[in-house]
Design a protein around this ligand. Structure first.
Ligand code: AMP
Length: 325
């Protein structure tokens, strides 16, 4: 067993109060992992206090339930802090995490920054939820789980792995997903919640296919400007979902969505198959995984530079590798 797993179990067991933290711009994985671990801790030790304090809201993930109300700083100071699914501390959505002691980092991003007192980082895991499922499986004789907690964990495993299709999915992923399914998950309802679209969202999808651009090297991209967001009545979150529409174009090994944010910044979502693109995200104030990263650009010129870099990178990849599609 990984030594940090035992340390994590021991730290949770002896802490009367635990606070769970996640990254900004929440997604199914960081919400599922925090809520799933909270459920496991509460089912196992009903007397412990467990908090998730995060003021970010997501319409898409609202079915996963609300977080806890803010508490006094004193509560943070007396709590164990567990940060899940955040590569670099600056991206933790609730920066008061730093008041907790000790602090544990559980993550599956490329490990650029070692924050916290105990770290358990496995870059090859397909999701942070897979790590929480693994933690549960290792201590199965001591831990309890509910079907609600298993559903949270399964939700993150499903969403972060693109429904179990990305590179990081292994036999272990499927075995752990199976262990969660064994707890009684209503997959029909869950899949409907995650993947059904309003008809208006499908009209936006049609717009994306009509208006996306392709570079000579094989990079597809779309810029969802403020004007487009207003025209389709899109929240920032649904504008950001445009990235998934670009994922299955043959010969396109990298796809990008640029989303205008309220602060004048342009959020970038980068995805790829075969070729790794996290280096490009890091150049543009971001990071993430080899084939799924995020970044920010601050002007149309910088956006163009990023597209050029991606185009060159994919062209170089194609000229030096076989077997891509
Ligand atoms: P997203 O496009 O926001 O879903 O991000 C894809 C992956 O990259 C996720 O695992 C994010 O946690 C990570 N990521 C997104 N933005 C950043 C950033 N600015 N810095 C580091 N990692 C990021």
């Amino acid at each position: 067993m990984n030594a940090s797993l035992m340390q994590i179990y021991n730290a949770i067991e002896k802490s009367p109060s635990v606070m769970l933290f996640r990254h900004r711009r929440i997604d199914g994985d960081c919400v599922g992992a925090t809520k799933g671990l909270k459920g496991i801790i509460q089912a196992t030790w009903p007397d412990k206090k467990v908090y998730i304090i995060d003021n970010e809201k997501s319409e898409y993930l609202s079915f996963m339930g609300k977080d806890d109300e803010e508490v006094d700083d004193e509560v943070y100071k007396k709590s164990l802090g567990i940060v899940i699914d955040v590569g670099n501390a600056e991206r933790i959505s609730n920066q008061k995490y730093a008041l907790c002691s000790p602090i544990i980092k559980i993550d599956h991003h490329i490990n650029k920054e070692k924050y916290g007192d105990i770290q358990w980082v496995e870059e090859d895991r397909s999701s942070a939820c897979e790590m929480i499922a693994h933690l549960y499986s290792v201590f199965k004789d001591k831990l309890k789980i509910t079907s609600e907690a298993a559903t949270h964990i399964y939700t993150g495993m499903l969403t972060d792995s693109g429904r179990f299709q990305y590179e990081g999915v292994t036999g272990d992923t499927m075995r752990l997903a199976g262990l969660m399914l064994d707890q009684g998950i209503d997959t029909e309802t869950l899949n409907a919640r995650l993947y059904m679209r309003d008809f208006d969202q499908l009209k936006f999808k049609a717009f994306i296919y009509e208006n996306m651009r392709l570079t000579p090297g094989g990079v597809a991209y779309i810029h969802v400007t403020k004007e487009i967001q207003a025209r389709f009545g899109l929240s920032f979150e649904s504008a950001s979902a445009s990235i998934s529409s670009l994922s299955d174009i043959k010969d396109v090994l990298c796809w990008l969505a640029f989303i205008d944010a309220d602060d004048g910044e342009i959020r970038v979502r980068l995805r790829s198959r075969f070729a790794h693109i996290n280096g490009i995200a890091e150049k543009y104030h971001g990071g993430g995984h080899a084939c799924a990263s995020g970044a920010t650009v601050y002007s149309p010129e910088e956006m163009k530079q990023l597209i050029d870099d991606a185009d060159k990178h994919i062209s170089a990849y194609k000229s030096t590798h076989d077997g891509w599609m």
